[in-house]
Write a protein that binds this ligand. Structure first.
Ligand code: PEP
Length: 248
C-alpha cells in the first residue's frame, strides 16, 4: 500500500524569520505524524530550509526548475543546482506556472525529465479550469497533460508523483468533493496503468483548497494518496492537522 504523501507549497511566501518560526512549530508537532511529508519552498530559501529540516522527517522540495540543463538562461535554476541542496521533490507544471509563465505540456514534460535525471521526484500537476469542467472536458484535459509527461519519460513514469489540482479550486476556497476528486484520480490511475506495470507505486495527490475540515474525507478516497497544500501549509496548526489526518 502507498503511504500518504503530504506536501506544502509555500508559493511566493516567507521570509528568513517567518520560515524559521513556521518550521519550528511544524517540527515540534511531528511526533504523531506517520505519513511522508515535505515542504516546497522558494528557491532562495532552500539553503536555510535544508538546515532547518536537517535530521527531521520533513522532506525538502522546490517549486519549479529549468527545462535547460545549464548555461545562458538568466534567472533560471537547474535540477542539478536543486540537487546540491538535497532537494527531494520539485513541483512541475503548477497551474500558476502554466497560466502566468505560459508553460506548455511539452515544457512540463521536459522539466519532469530533468528532475528525474537529477534524482528529484517531480510532482507533476494537472487540472482543468472551471470553463473546461463546465464544458465536460475534465477527463480529456488531465489525460492530455499527463500523456505528454508519460510520452517523454517512458519507463521512468512510475517514479513521478502526480497532483490533481482543479484550477478552479486553487486558492479559491472551493474544493472538489471527495467523489469528484476520486473520479479524476481513477482516470489518472488507469492512464498510468496503461503506461507502466508499476502504476500502483505512483502517488496521486489532490490539491485545491485542502484544509483541516476537508482533508480526512478527501484522503479516505482509494486513489487519493495525499495532498498538495498551498495556503493552509503556511499555518502550522492547520498543516499539522492535515499531516495527522494522513497518518490515520
Ligand atoms: C497549490 O498551490 O498547489 C494549492 C493547492 O493551493 P491552495 O491549497 O491554497 O488551494
Amino acid at each position: 500500500m502507498r503511504s500518504k504523501l503530504m506536501v506544502g507549497n509555500w508559493k511566493m511566501n516567507g521570509s528568513l524569520m517567518a520560515n524559521a518560526s513556521l518550521l519550528a512549530d511544524v517540527l515540534a508537532g511531528m511526533a504523531d505524524v506517520q505519513c511522508r511529508a515535505a515542504v516546497c519552498v522558494p528557491a532562495v530559501y532552500l539553503a536555510q530550509v535544508q538546515t532547518l529540516l536537517a535530521g527531521s522527517a520533513m522532506g525538502l522540495g522546490a517549486q519549479d526548475l529549468s527545462a535547460h540543463e545549464a548555461g545562458a538562461y538568466t534567472g533560471e535554476v537547474s535540477a542539478d543546482m536543486l540537487r546540491d541542496f538535497a532537494v527531494r521533490y520539485c513541483i512541475i507544471g503548477h497551474s500558476e506556472r502554466r497560466q502566468y509563465h505560459a508553460e506548455s505540456d511539452v515544457t512540463v514534460a521536459i522539466k519532469a525529465q530533468r528532475a528525474l535525471a537529477a534524482g528529484i521526484t517531480p510532482i507533476v500537476c494537472v487540472g482543468e479550469s472551471l470553463a473546461e469542467r463546465e464544458a465536460g472536458q475534465t477527463e480529456a484535459v488531465v489525460k492530455r497533460q499527463l500523456a505528454a509527461v508519460i510520452h517523454a519519460n517512458g519507463h521512468c513514469i512510475s517514479e513521478i508523483v502526480v497532483a490533481y489540482e482543479p484550477v478552479w479550486a486553487i486558492g479559491t476556497g472551493l474544493t472538489a468533493t471527495p467523489e469528484q476528486a476520486q473520479a479524476v484520480h481513477a482516470v489518472l490511475r488507469a492512464q498510468l496503468q496503461a503506461a507502466t506495470a508499476h502504476a500502483d507505486r505512483v502517488s496521486i495527490l489532490y490539491g485545491g483548497s485542502m484544509n483541516p475540515a476537508n482533508a480526512a474525507s478527501l484522503l479516505a478516497q482509494p486513489d487519493v494518496d495525499g495532498g498538495l497544500i498551498g495556503g493552509a501549509s503556511l499555518k502550522a496548526p492547520d498543516f499539522l492537522s492535515m499531516l495527522k489526518a494522513a497518518s490515520r
